[in-house]
Write a protein that binds this ligand. Structure first.
Ligand SMILES: [Zn+2]
Length: 281
């Protein structure tokens, strides 16, 4: 038996064919027109479902952005505009620490932010922290002047999170108290083996001039565990990398030790310079 009803959303006529048995049964339960149980036509239902999904995704993205500091407009990927090769690199090697040096405007921020959002989606509970390095240094420097506890709270979060993203590294000279805190964070993550993704507009050699002796020393150590985007582009990245050997904590030299540079083992053809290109061989 055919029944009709207007869609409550668009007003289109919905026509439904019900078996006679069903119609009789529903009538006994006080439903003379079974079509009254429908509210929307199929077209409106599909739209409603799509909107519901979009709202849900949007809400999740906002939660991600709030918790991690990832700029919300960077969570969605546009394969027409984004650097897809870079995204492949970040997704493929992102279980490790990454160093992404490239010119300004290559979409480094977008690629790391989108890849990190996907990771958070997939791994419920993964703790990610994103910071623009200039903002982090300014925040830490001012907090150390007025609210030590808050500064140390941020430092602790940076040390403990599962993935730390430091965006636009080396833009400013890293010299003051905030810089020292940043180096402590990097040193701690190096020791604990937690991954850190660093983006920079400068390559290793330019960077070592920018970040000063102490920064240089710590980055020289970090590079052992970093996968380099430039290396990937050159096709030199190994398929799989053997896990780095973990030295016992006590055996390490603290990075603040001034004789670190003098005592660091020198590699052939690569003396006191950072060379991330050579780091992932
Ligand atoms: Zn409709």
């Amino acid at each position: 038996m055919i029944f009709e009803k207007k869609c409550e959303t668009c007003g289109e006529i919905i026509r439904v064919d019900y078996p006679d048995d069903t119609v009789r049964c529903l009538a006994e339960f006080g439903v003379p027109n079974p079509a009254d149980m429908l509210r929307n036509c199929d077209g409106c239902l599909v739209k409603w479902e799509a909107k519901r999904r979009e709202d849900y995704q949007r809400k999740q993205e906002m939660l991600i952005a709030q918790a991690s500091g990832i700029p919300i407009e960077r969570t969605q990927w546009d394969s027409e505009k984004g650097n897809n090769e870079l995204l492949c690199f970040v997704k493929g090697y992102g279980d490790n620490s990454l160093f992404i040096a490239d010119r300004y405007g290559e979409g480094k921020t977008w690629a790391v932010c989108h890849a990190a959002s996907v990771l958070i989606f997939k791994n419920n509970g993964l703790v990610v922290k994103y910071w623009l390095v200039a903002d982090l240094l300014a925040t830490l420097s001012s907090l150390y002047g007025e609210n030590m506890r808050e500064a140390e709270k941020i430092v602790r979060e940076l040390k403990e999170c599962d993935l730390l993203i430091l965006d636009d590294f080396g833009k400013e000279k890293i010299t003051d108290r905030g810089g020292e805190a940043l180096f402590r964070v990097l040193d701690s993550r190096y020791v604990s083996g937690k991954r850190t993704w660093i983006t920079s507009n400068f390559n290793g050699n330019e960077l070592s001039e920018k970040i000063g002796e102490r920064g240089d020393a710590i980055l020289r150590r970090l590079r052992e565990k970093f996968f380099s985007w430039n290396h990937y582009k050159a096709g030199k990245l190994p398929e799989k990398r053997a896990p780095a050997k973990q030295e016992p904590r006590e055996a390490r030299k603290p990075y603040l030790e001034t004789d670190y540079l003098e005592n660091a083992p020198e590699e052939a053809g690569n003396t006191a310079e950072i060379d991330f290109e050579a780091s992932a061989v």
